[in-house]
Design a protein around this ligand. Structure first.
Ligand code: SAM
Length: 309
């Protein structure tokens, strides 16, 4: 995280090494250091929980259909009222889904827009390979917008206040931050989900597997963290992400895949669940997720805030 415009990063072997767990590939550095437990491969259509359904091997260009392209946010990618975007920092860049879609949605801005993607995993070719749990070394007052999406499982619990302070420091005065975080406790619209349901058991176990290190309720706490760090014009919105959805066949299928890919390492390696019990739990949870009557959803929180002029 040394230069905001750096294009090449010299990597130690430890960032590149991977391990295979039940057929999925993980960054060894992340799992050994208990930083992040999402897969880095592209099999079965999911990478962590950026959903990949198009891959052009040459450009490694991928798109996400989990959050965008579903009508969920009215296909909005940028929530703050920004008029000028020259430098953008994308924290936890992943498959660059957000940055690619921003470039597609604002084709005329392309020359103006420079997105710096930071990720701990070099496997997706971010601009900078770094652990966001470490203090930022980007220059202060630099970015127009900092975007951070789906990092609850990668940022350490105790890091959140200083992570947000670091973001504020690198924003230019008047610049914006936009964060999106999912709450992994599956909810039901009509209250029909009970503790006996596999979906609820999935949530409980997943959260138990990570809660010693991660703040999985961060979505609902962003507003107070933003305000405490001096951001103004703070606004937050909870958007239900339905597990069963009429408008997007892809969306439902992908979310079902997530139940497996998100929880595989945490449940089998951190909670030592047997592969058979894991498969059973996931299959039951997937079946329930398909049920229209449960109306199950994951709460998704979007929070924006502005650095004072
Ligand atoms: C769930 S994916 C989200 C990707 C992207 N933000 C999106 O919304 O499509 C999380 C990404 O953050 C990265 N990540 C997790 N913890 C991190 C950390 N401590 N530092 C840097 N990157 C991290 C992972 O490697 C992964 O690519």
């Amino acid at each position: 995280m040394t230069s905001p415009d750096s294009q090449t990063v010299e990597l130690g072997r430890e960032f590149l090494d991977t391990v295979i767990v039940q057929g999925r590939e993980y960054q060894k550095y992340s799992t050994d250091n208990r930083i992040y437990f999402g897969p880095v491969d592209e099999v079965k259509g999911t990478n962590g929980f950026s959903i990949v359904f198009v891959t052009d091997n040459q450009s490694r260009r991928k798109r996400s259909v989990l959050i965008t392209n579903t009508g969920l946010f009215d296909d909005r990618l940028i929530f703050p009222p920004v008029h000028r975007l020259r430098r953008v920092l994308d924290c936890g860049h992943g498959a660059a889904s957000w940055a690619i879609e921003v470039a597609e949605q604002y084709p005329n801005c392309e020359l103006l827009l420079k997105v710096i993607g930071v990720d701990i995993a070099p496997h997706m070719s971010p601009d900078d390979v770094d652990d966001l749990n470490q203090r930022f070394t980007f220059p202060p007052n630099h970015f127009d917008l900092v975007h951070s999406r789906l990092l609850a499982t990668g940022i350490h619990r105790s890091r959140w206040p200083s992570y947000i302070r670091d973001i504020v420091r690198v924003l230019r005065p008047g610049g914006w931050v936009q964060m999106t975080e999912m709450y992994f406790n599956v909810q039901s619209d009509n209250g029909s989900l009970t503790d006996q349901h596999a979906l609820r058991r999935w949530s409980t176990q997943y959260m138990r597997a990570l809660e010693d290190r991660k703040e999985l309720r961060i979505g609902s706490r962003l507003r107070s963290y933003f305000t405490e760090s001096g951001l103004v014009e703070v606004d937050t919105k909870m958007i239900p992400l339905p597990l069963m959805r009429e408008i997007g066949h892809y969306n439902s299928e992908n979310i079902q895949q997530l139940l497996r890919s998100l929880a595989l390492y945490p449940l089998t390696h951190r909670l030592h669940m047997s592969p058979q019990s894991f498969d059973r739990l996931v299959e039951q949870a997937q079946e329930e997720a398909r049920s229209h009557s449960l109306k199950a959803y994951f709460p998704l929180y979007v929070c924006i805030g502005r650095k004072r002029q």
